[in-house]
Design a protein around this ligand. Structure first.
Ligand SMILES: Nc1nc2c(ncn2[C@@H]2O[C@H](COP(=O)(O)OP(=O)(O)OP(=O)(O)O)[C@@H](O)[C@H]2O)c(=O)[nH]1
Ligand SMILES: [Mg+2]
Length: 258
């Protein structure tokens, strides 16, 4: 999406490996030092959270978050500007679930792959997302900390605008007051685990109930068949056959379940 490229732009030189655009490149978190207005920060380039190996990426990021002893000042959320897809919408939801609600104080959204017009004039970029309810409410939640990444291939086309955008992102970073701590992540991961456990428990209970209901209907069918068999003598052969068939069916159904 342009995460590593944005990291390099903020650093002012190439440190993070940028992909060719087809294959995902960053598999491991990589950390460098970024200086903003005399303060130094660790800047971490992460794998894409919503690539195919999502679980691995989240684990890798969680591992890194734990290493940030002082916590995390800003989470730059790089979104490639394209037609907003369901996947992107899910991305927004999932990142919220992963980091928890507390993290909204630390998130900055940066749109990449914007057109020269949208880089120059944020209002043009705003028009691209403002009618997508999920986006506009997300951006409202993060108190409008959003910006546009300069195009790394055309940085010098309008150097002033590129610098302005980068400065805006840096100012957002240094203005964030609350720190997202590893404890918050841990608590959220715990909450997620508990929610997952409850969901599985509920699912297990539902399956068990379904199984019981099925068994009950089979038993009822057998019982009905048997009583017809004893009362209606002429049809005994076929009904008994039917009952045997049902019993067989029941035996098989139970076996299959085991
Ligand atoms: N036009 C344009 N190209 C960009 C922009 N940002 C990144 N790119 C290009 O998009 C490709 C992918 O960029 P990366 O920075 O490697 O993307 P990434 O998000 O780090 O990707 P992974 O590490 O694979 O998850 C590279 O070819 C970049 O040069 C942008 O804002 N505009
Ligand atoms: Mg990368």
């Amino acid at each position: 999406a342009g995460k590593s490229a944005l990291g390099n732009l903020l650093l002012g030189h190439t440190e993070f490996e940028v992909s060719d655009g087809f294959n995902s490149k960053t598999k491991k978190c990589c950390v460098k030092t970024l200086s903003i207005k005399g303060n130094t920060y660790d800047i971490v380039d992460t794998p894409g959270v919503f690539d195919t190996s999502q679980d691995d990426s989240l684990k890798e990021i969680a591992k890194f978050v734990h290493k940030c002893a002082y916590g995390i000042k800003a989470i730059l959320f790089v979104l490639k500007k394209e037609r907003f897809t369901d996947e992107q919408r899910n991305t927004l939801k999932e990142i919220g679930t992963f980091l928890g609600k507390d993290a909204t104080n630390n998130i900055i959204v940066v749109f990449s792959h914007a057109s020269p017009d949208q880089i120059k004039c944020k209002d043009k970029m705003r028009m691209a997302w403002r009618d997508v309810p999920l986006f506009s409410s997300f951006i409202q939640d993060i108190e409008f900390r959003w910006s546009v990444s300069p195009d790394p291939h055309h940085l010098d086309d309008d150097r002033q605008i590129s610098e302005e955008r980068l400065m805006e992102i840096k100012t957002f970073i240094s203005n964030i007051r609350e720190i997202y701590t590893t404890r918050q992540l841990e608590e959220n991961l715990e909450r997620q685990k508990e929610a997952k456990r409850l969901k599985e428990e509920e699912e297990r209970r539902r399956r068990e109930e379904e199984r019981r209901e099925k068994e009950l209907t089979i038993f009822e069918m057998v019982a009905v068949g048997a009583s017809i068999g004893t009362e209606a003598q002429p049809g005994l052969g076929t009904v008994v056959g039917g009952v045997i068939g049902l019993s067989f069916g029941l035996g098989r159904a139970i076996k299959r379940k085991l």
